[in-house]
Structures are given as structure tokens and as C-alpha cells.
Design a protein around this ligand. Structure first.
Ligand code: PEP
Length: 266
């Protein structure tokens, strides 16, 4: 995200930094609304940055109410691909929009790995989210074995192509991509800025090949043990436009520091 306009945190590319806290399976209603309030207060004076938080399903509505009319948006951590029907236990994108979500994370590696979610399901979910007016945050990323085998770009390409299959350019314009190397999630081990940039640049080029009008504005987030002390170096890379933050988003103090560090001009 280099080439900053010195008067704002928006870059000359026009891509506003975006930071989303993924609260995973944490938080009672009281804890979630308190954390949301603290995040809202912490980022209240910031300009030229987009901020979202992704609570558990049960807390989405309460958090959305708490954040209403403020600068922090609400994301869901997953959705189903059908709009309604006999699908016990699932949550439709339209229901998430109704509860106050603007974004939904799809294809998170924890879902791919622990729940067996396949590329085709990620595509269905992303397209269902778009139908409901949500903006999908599509996660891609390689495992450590894939990286060690030199398969990083091939794996990311396959996940990306599958996720965007069947989308129109206007759909892609509403998506965000999160590059999250699986070996860096929740491990304390993050990709170096150069490793992140290599994949982010590859993602943008791959999107440009299919959607030439949309790639330049596409926001590509990095995720994987993002912390207040490493976000700045990551954001200094041309194609890193923000962060999807897990563990470090569970306290407002560290998440707000990440947002501030990652969005201030340099
Ligand atoms: C995530 O949940 O998307 C994530 C990147 O987690 P962490 O920041 O804890 O690695």
C-alpha cells in the first residue's frame, strides 16, 4: 500500500485501508457488545480507513445495534449458500444482512480445514452473499506443506479462480480478498512483508487477467498473526491493503493499535 497521499491515509491507488477483526468462537453478548463499543470509541477520530468486526452469529444483532450509525461495520464469519429452505442449522446471507451485517467472511481456512469446506462451497457462499447485498471477504491461502512443496501460488490460484467463478465484474468489484497463509493463522508466525507481497501481487494480477477493470481497486487483506508491531511493515507493501485480524482483535487495545498503525500515512 505504498505511495501514500501525504495528507490522508488513502493511497494514490485509491484503495482505502480495511481492517476486520475476526472474533471467531469468542464472546458472550455482554463481552461482544463491550468490545464493539471500545473498538468504536478507539477508531472514532480516524478517517480514510474502513473497520469491521466479525462476532459470533449470536452476537451479530446486538453488536450491529451497538455500532449503528458509527464508523465500524459488522461482518459475519460464514454464511450458507441458499437464501432459505430446509437447511437446519444454517444461516442465510439475507438473514445476516437483516441482522445488520455488511460483510461476510467466506472460505476461512479454519472452515476449510476443520469443517471440510471445499472451493465450490466457497464460491456458492460468496455468490449467495452478493445476492443478499453483502460484501464477501474471500479467504485464500496455502498450508505449510504446500508452501514447502513450492505450491503456494498454484494453490492460491485454484482457490481464487474457484471462488470468483461465475461472477460478473460488478460482483468482483464488491468482493475483498484475504490472503491468509494457513501456517500463519493463530501460530504467532506471520509471513514476511515480502512473502505477503509476492502472493498479494499474484492475486491482483490473476484477478486482472479475468477482470481487468476491477483489479486495481480490489482490496487484498493480509491475515495471519497480525499484531500492532508488524502491521506497518506489511502495509508498506504495494498490494497489501489491510488486515484480517484474529487473536489480536480480541482486545480493543491491540486491534485499535493495528488500525492506527496500519492506516496512518508514512
Ligand atoms: C484469522 O482468524 O483470520 C486470523 C488471521 O487469525 P490470527 O490473527 O489469530 O492469526
Amino acid at each position: 500500500m505504498a505511495a501514500q497521499d501525504p495528507t490522508t491515509s488513502t493511497t494514490t491507488t485509491g484503495r482505502r485501508p480495511f481492517f476486520c477483526g475476526n472474533w471467531k468462537l469468542f464472546g458472550t453478548l455482554a463481552e461482544s457488545t463491550t468490545l464493539a463499543t471500545e473498538v468504536r470509541n478507539g477508531v472514532a477520530t480516524l478517517r480514510d480507513v474502513d473497520v469491521a468486526v466479525a462476532p459470533s452469529f449470536t452476537a451479530i444483532h446486538a453488536v450491529a445495534k451497538r455500532l449503528e450509525d458509527g464508523p465500524v461495520a459488522v461482518a459475519a464469519q460464514d454464511c450458507f449458500w441458499e437464501d432459505k429452505g430446509a437447511f437446519t442449522g444454517e444461516v442465510a446471507p439475507g438473514q445476516l444482512a437483516d441482522a445488520g451485517c455488511r460483510y461476510v467472511i467466506v472460505g476461512h481456512s479454519e472452515r476449510r480445514q476443520l469443517m471440510g469446506e471445499l472451493d465450490a462451497a466457497v464460491n456458492l457462499k460468496a455468490r449467495a452473499a452478493l445476492r443478499a447485498g453483502l460484501q464477501p471477504i474471500v479467504c485464500v491461502g496455502e498450508t505449510l506443506a504446500e508452501r514447502d512443496a513450492g505450491e503456494t501460488l498454484g494453490r492460491v490460484q485454484a482457490q481464487l479462480d474457484a471462488a470468483l467463478a461465475g461472477m460478473a465484474p460488478a460482483d468482483v468489484a464488491r468482493c475483498l480478498i484475504a490472503y491468509e497463509p494457513v501456517w500463519a493463522i493463530g501460530t504467532g508466525r506471520n509471513a514476511t512483508p515480502a512473502q505477503a507481497e509476492e502472493v498479494h501481487r499474484f492475486i491482483r494480477a490473476r484477478v486482472a487477467a479475468q477482470f481487468p477493470g476491477e483489479a486495481a481497486a480490489l482490496r487484498i487483506l493480509y491475515g495471519g498473526s497480525v499484531k500492532p508491531d508488524n502491521i506497518r511493515a506489511l502495509m508498506a507493501e504495494d498490494d497489501v491493503d489491510g488486515g484480517l485480524v484474529g487473536g489480536a482483535s480480541l482486545t480493543a487495545e491491540s486491534f485499535v493499535r493495528i488500525v492506527k498503525e496500519g492506516s496512518r500515512p508514512w
